[in-house]
Design a protein around this ligand. Structure first.
Ligand SMILES: NC(=O)c1ccc[n+]([C@@H]2O[C@H](COP(=O)([O-])OP(=O)(O)OC[C@H]3O[C@@H](n4cnc5c(N)ncnc54)[C@H](OP(=O)(O)O)[C@@H]3O)[C@@H](O)[C@H]2O)c1
Length: 270
């Protein structure tokens, strides 16, 4: 049985997912995309060889609808889709803070809804996608969602009550690492290194550290201790990080991101 998948509101995340599915061997004929602007639709057609359709056509034709519009555009999109989504379509929502109940309430009763929070490393097949079932989604719906998002990286199932926390950790997560690299590159410049060399040193150190974290099976504390010799250079740096409250700042930052995700979920947009 062919399974047609439509990506509705194909922006940055939608296109990353689409390109990952194509790289993973998904037949282009089984992929539909929608866009708000004609020039964006044309861009998707020329870049990926997929045929753009309207939201209503996608809802009528595709077995699975993946909604990747911004949270503030979700209400209008669901209103447009509602008359065209028959029971039995799987609807996957990828918008930060939008609950499965929000989507379920606006569609035909009983439509299975799955909520996913992915992240931008989907562009390089290293996404972390966190998946939760709505009240009508079953095992087959979750497995199909894992198959789709598995084409751009890892997937993890969590109860929906943990989605706001996951948004703070992995949804926004790449930004924290980019910020850290930016700050460390500035430090390299302060220490007299040219920007490009400082950038290369930090990025390769980040790749090395991330690979060790993923592959060594060691706890991060152990990995850090291995480079923290008595009276050495690293412990002097760590003391400054502690003096400046970097650990507490990270905890507060992620708490703020979690709170913002909750606000979006409750409809408070400002
Ligand atoms: N970016 C991230 O790091 C990230 C990470 C995890 C999850 N997300 C989630 O992914 C979603 C998309 O984020 P994004 O960064 O990919 O945003 P984006 O680039 O703005 O993509 C959204 C796209 O949807 C289009 N759109 C809006 N309403 C539409 C409608 N009614 N019909 C068809 N297309 C419509 C927009 O068109 P226009 O171009 O005309 O505006 C835009 O191209 C968000 O809900 C966000 O919470 C994002």
């Amino acid at each position: 049985m062919t399974q047609k998948v439509a990506v509705l509101g194909t922006g940055k995340i939608g296109e990353a997912l689409l390109s990952g599915m194509l790289r993973g061997g998904w037949p282009p004929a089984d992929l539909l995309v929608t866009a708000r602007r004609a020039e964006r639709a044309e861009e998707l057609r020329s870049r990926h060889g997929v045929v753009p359709v309207t939201n209503a056509e996608a809802a009528k034709t595709a077995d699975t609808l993946i909604l990747t519009v911004k949270p503030q555009d979700m209400g209008a999109l669901l209103e447009e889709l509602a008359p065209h989504v028959p029971a039995g379509r799987l609807v996957i929502s990828g918008a930060a803070g939008i609950t499965t109940a929000f989507v379920e309430d606006r569609l035909t009763a009983g439509v299975p809804v799955v909520r996913v929070m992915t992240n931008t490393p989907a562009l390089v097949d290293e996404a972390m996608s966190v998946i939760s079932a709505g009240s009508h989604a079953g095992e087959a719906d979750l497995a199909h969602t894992e198959e789709i998002f598995g084409s751009v990286g890892k997937t993890l199932r969590v109860p929906e009550s943990q989605q706001d926390a996951c948004t703070a950790l992995s949804g926004s997560g790449p930004a924290y690492f980019f910020y850290l690299v930016e700050a460390m590159t500035d430090a390299g410049i302060l220490l007299g290194l040219p920007r490009d060399k400082a950038h290369d040193l930090i990025v390769q150190s980040a790749i090395g550290a991330a690979t060790m974290l993923r592959d060594s099976g060691e706890h991060p504390v152990k990995l850090r201790e291995n480079v923290t010799s008595p009276a050495g250079t690293t412990i002097n740096a760590i003391r400054e990080l502690e003096n400046h409250g970097v650990r507490a700042a990270l905890i507060a930052a992620l708490e703020a991101a979690r709170d913002r995700s909750r606000q979006l979920a409750s409809g408070t947009k400002d």
